[in-house]
Structures are given as C-alpha cells and as structure tokens.
Design a protein around this ligand. Structure first.
Ligand SMILES: [Zn+2]
Length: 338
C-alpha cells in the first residue's frame, strides 16, 4: 500500500509502505474511511521538531474494522470505529481515572495517513458507532479522533460550566472546536481570539459571542475590558507558544482555569507570576478516549458538527498538498480520503 512519509522539512512523500498486519493478539487492522492532517503534524513538517529518519505520518482516523487479533473480544470486523492517537487498554489505574493518554500501556498510533492502519489494544482504544455512518457524517466522526476531543478536553480542563465566560486562544481547528465544546457545555459568553476573517466567521457559527483580534498584552487588555477588568472564568489555550500561554494565563480571573492543549514549544512559566495569579492550570495530551462515547452520541445525533473545520478535502495521494495548504494557512484542516 502507499502512505505518507515525512523525510525532512517540507519533504512529505506518498510512497510504498509495508501493509500493516496483526502483530499482537490485541491488535485490530482497520480500513481507513478518512484521515487528515493535524496542526501538530506541521511541527516536524516545518522542521521545528527534527526528523531524523523517514517517518510515516498520521494519527487521526476512523474506518471499518477489517481484521482483529485472537484476544480481541468487543471489536468486530465490519464495525465502523473511531480511536484516539494514543492506544490505551482502558483498564489500568490511569485509564480508569480518565487519563487514557497516560495509559500504563499507551502506544502512539502514528501511521494513519494510509489506506490501512494497525491499532494496538483494540478493545480499549476503539469505539464503534451505532451503525455504519452515511458518507456525509464521516468528517464529523473523523474530527472526534483528535481535534474535537482535544478541544473538548481544553474546555473540560478549564472547568467550563453553564453560565461561564470563556476565552479561546488560538483559531486553528482545535481552538474552533474548543468554541463548540464551550457552547455545548453551556458557556454564556465565548470570546474567540482570532485575526482571520474566515475563522472568525466559523467561530461565530460555532457559538462565539465576541471576537478579539489583538494578541499578547493587547489581547489580554481587551479580554479584561470585556469582563469588567476581571478576566475570563475559563481560558482555552490551543496554540502552545510562550505568547499564547501567557496570553491565556493573564486573561484568566483570579480563581479561574486555563485548559492548555497546544503542545508547548519552548514555553517557560515564572513561578512568582503563577503564584500571584491564583490561576488553575490543567492540560496535556487530551485523553480523547474518555470523551469518545459522549462525542459520538452528540455527532451521531447532529448536536455538534465538528466536521465543518475541514475546509479542504483531497484524495489521499495528494496528502503533500494538504500539508502545504495548512502550512501556508490556506486551509484550516485538510481531510484525506483513500
Ligand atoms: Zn491504561
């Protein structure tokens, strides 16, 4: 089969790769219905994370189970399934606490930009939909594999409650789906920080009540202006830079919460500022598996439509163009169909 392989900065090739097979009895092989390019794929693509050897890519997936290992009991061939970028047993203490991305047996699922994918710990990792979905539902189901689950975790970690005032730092797919999450959780006011018109429009469609175009200290000042000088109850940090993290912390009211899901790149926090801020910080790689049953239910019943973040759809063999379009910010998120 052919799949995506990253060789170095901006050198993404679609080439022959080994067809995956069952290795462990707990594995499943799934035939990918759709996969996509993640904002975090752009870190190695841009050379910010070094690529030391040709690396298969892709960690967002949904599709039909083709084959299962002998120890798999709940997942069956023919089911349509969604899983997270971390395989998890869903039984260890960390999984039971709801932190499946810190599973004691966590394994990264990182070869999904291909027609077939091996998923370890299939019973713990994969969640089947009620039925095989219609084609128009697939983008929203695919989004649950990472971006929607990550936006949801940002809102959950930021303690969004009915009536909350929420600010979202970052207008990528995760930030936009953080808006969807905050809305679904009952936030009264959602301030999206974005300077791109098309993304502002989608943020409003998803439930944002205010848009702030300023960044850094000016962005913080605008959030304070909009919240009687206090700051937001909950701030979702969906970027991962020093500026975005400080913007998030300083936009939060004393006693408020920052949920941070942008993978930090050279972010350093000062102990003294944190101490006097009285802000709760919680984040990390989203335990998407915790949220999958609820998010599948919401998407299946049309209560959320996270698939709207895909503004570019390409055949899988044009995966390199998907990376280019996102790198140049011509697309929010590229969906790929094998
Ligand atoms: Zn576990």
């Amino acid at each position: 089969m052919r799949g995506a392989v990253l060789y170095g900065p901006r050198d993404l090739r679609f080439e022959e790769r080994d067809t995956p097979t069952i290795i462990e009895p707990t594995d499943a092989i799934i035939r990918i219905s759709a996969t996509c390019v993640c904002g975090s794929d752009l870190w190695p693509y841009r050379g910010i994370n070094p690529v030391t050897q040709p690396t298969p890519m892709g960690h967002e997936y949904c599709g039909i189970v083709e084959e299962v290992g002998s120890a798999v009991t709940s997942i069956k061939p023919g089911q349509f399934v969604i899983g997270s970028f971390f395989a998890s047993d869903n039984t260890c203490p960390n999984c039971q606490a709801g932190y499946q991305s810190s599973c004691q047996h966590a394994e990264l699922v990182g070869t999904a930009q291909a027609p077939l994918l091996r998923v370890p710990l299939a019973d713990g990792t994969l969640v089947a939909t009620p039925d095989v979905p219609s084609g128009d539902m697939i983008p929203s189901l695919l989004a649950l594999s990472d971006v929607m689950g990550t936006g949801w975790f940002a809102a959950d970690a930021a303690n969004v409650k009915p009536g909350s005032t929420v600010a979202v730092v970052g207008d990528g797919a995760v930030g936009l789906l953080g808006v969807v999450s905050a809305k679904q959780m009952g936030a009264a006011r959602i301030i999206a920080m974005s300077r791109h018109e098309s993304r502002q429009k989608l943020a409003r469609e998803f439930g944002a009540t205010d848009i702030v175009t300023e960044r850094g200290d000016e962005g913080v000042a605008r959030i304070k202006e909009l919240t009687d000088g206090i700051g937001a109850d909950s701030v979702l940090e969906c970027v991962g830079t020093q500026e975005s993290m400080m913007q998030a912390i300083r936009s939060t009211r004393p006693g408020g919460f920052v949920g941070y899901v942008g993978v930090p790149h050279e972010v350093e926090l000062g102990g003294e500022e944190l101490f006097y801020s009285h802000v709760h910080l919680h984040g990390g790689p989203a335990p998407v598996r915790r949220f999958l049953p609820e998010l599948i239910d919401l998407a299946w019943n049309g209560k959320i439509n996270p698939g709207k973040v895909f503004d570019l759809t390409l055949p899988l063999d044009q995966v390199a163009e998907g990376y280019r379009a996102m790198d140049e910010r011509r697309a929010i998120k590229a969906l790929l169909r094998p």
